[in-house]
Design a protein around this ligand. Structure first.
Ligand code: NAD
Ligand code: UDP
Length: 353
């Protein structure tokens, strides 16, 4: 309500209809909630490769709305075009992609095929349907190892260490080239840092299939007894406590950043790169201890060897998002740990009953 009033007051921002490609996933589902709360409408397209329709049902219940949603592979041009014809939208947010770093090393062709093709197909279908605004889920990984934190959007992109990272790198390039050629196009490349946490209701959250690759789901699955012990990857880095530093951001803050990004997208053309992080680094052990404290429990963990490809330190400078979008993260590490655990406890098997 507050946002709607503000939008009316400013007289610049119209309520928008936004297509979320990959909108049933972790970040997409939280973004759907924030968009609806800000007075926008959403349409979801997802092939449920790494998600399920139950997530959308939960978003509908949370927001008391009905969301048009389609089980469509974004690479399927005819099917995607049919959705665009049936559901006119002003803007697209492109979340659809494969995202497991380790798996991308094993299956590079599948990663390039899915991630690059979804982007190309979206751009073609958008153009044919006169949709000119796209917000893209990029990643801090494109800064590579060459750039030292804090990472600024003005830095030259670096060398990625895995195919997943390269797909992000290349998709940024593709979207930038498209915007150079088509002066009507408005492209926002959002570089996410480390999203964790869940909606405070505990009804939507991150639902990794199999053994989690990322830290927070591993922590919460260890706490609930699904995993025996968390291995901290490396205790001998050149950091204050020897474990890696990252820029963890609450997924609801990230979601609100997307609302600001789609609103900003309608006011300008060309390409903007924007970090979505907090600007504050925490170590792996900070996360372990904050999780224990916030939830009043003990975590079984041990320090193990380093994981190949990990950087010691990675965090954002978050000034641009504040200046350009008027957005900054509001939630702290305690909120992130409490909300992750709340989701895990209420949904020990994720969206599966
Ligand atoms: P997610 O896997 O939960 O969501 C991605 C969604 O895209 C899933 O619902 C999946 O089913 C869908 N999808 C994949 N390929 C598709 C296709 N061809 N057609 C239709 N749907 C398809 O992941 P997430 O954590 O919500 O991430 C969203 C985006 O943000 C991804 O592009 C990811 O690479 C990027 N990102 C995530 C993180 C993170 O730590 N979670 C960090 C940086 C960037
Ligand atoms: N990490 C860890 N144990 C795990 C998973 C991750 O110690 O089981 C560490 C990892 O080395 C990194 C941080 O936690 O320093 C965040 O890792 P994640 O895979 O979540 O995100 P990344 O920053 O690698 O994208």
């Amino acid at each position: 309500l507050e946002n709607r009033w503000y939008n009316c007051f400013k007289g610049e921002i119209n309520n928008m209809r936004v297509l979320l490609a990959g909108g049933a996933g972790y970040i997409g589902s939280h973004t759907a909630v924030s968009l609806i709360e800000a007075g926008h409408e959403v349409v979801i397209v997802d092939n449920y490769d790494n998600s399920c329709a139950e997530a959308i049902a939960r978003v509908e219940a949370l927001t008391n709305t009905q969301i048009p949603h389609y089980e469509v592979d974004v690479k399927d041009k005819a099917a995607l075009d049919a959705v665009f014809k049936k559901e006119p939208v002003d803007c697209v947010i492109h979340f659809a992609g494969l995202k497991a770093v380790g798996e991308s090393v094993e299956k590079p062709v599948a990663y390039y095929r899915n991630n690059i093709d979804t982007t190309l197909t979206l751009l073609e279908v958008m153009k044919e349907n006169h949709v000119n605004q796209i917000v893209f889920s990029s990643s801090a990984t494109v800064y590579g190892a060459e750039n030292a934190s804090p990472l600024y959007e003005t830095m030259k992109k670096g060398t990625c260490t895995n195919p997943y990272g390269w797909t992000k790198w290349m998709m940024e390039q593709i979207l930038s080239d498209a915007a150079y050629a088509d002066k009507d196009l408005s492209v926002i490349l959002l570089r996410y840092f480390n999203p964790i946490g869940a909606h405070p209701s505990g009804t939507i959250g991150e639902d990794p299939q199999g053994i989690p690759n990322n830290l927070m789901p591993y922590v919460s699955q260890t706490a609930i007894g699904k995993r025996e012990c968390l291995t901290v990857f490396g205790g001998d880095y050149d950091t204050p406590d020897g474990t890696c530093l990252r820029d963890y951001i609450h997924v609801c803050d990230l979601a609100e950043g997307h609302v600001k990004a789609v609103e900003y997208a309608q006011t300008r053309k060309g390409v903007d790169i924007i970090n979505l992080g907090t600007g504050t680094p925490y170590s792996v052990l900070d996360i372990v201890h904050a999780f224990e404290k916030a939830n009043n429990l003990k975590l079984n963990y041990k320090i193990g060897p380093r994981r190949e490809g990990d950087l010691a330190v990675c965090f954002s400078n978050a000034d641009k998002a504040k200046e350009v979008l008027g957005w900054q993260a509001k939630r702290n590490l305690e909120d992130m740990c409490r909300d992750s655990w709340n989701w895990q406890k209420q949904n020990p098997n994720g969206y599966k009953k």
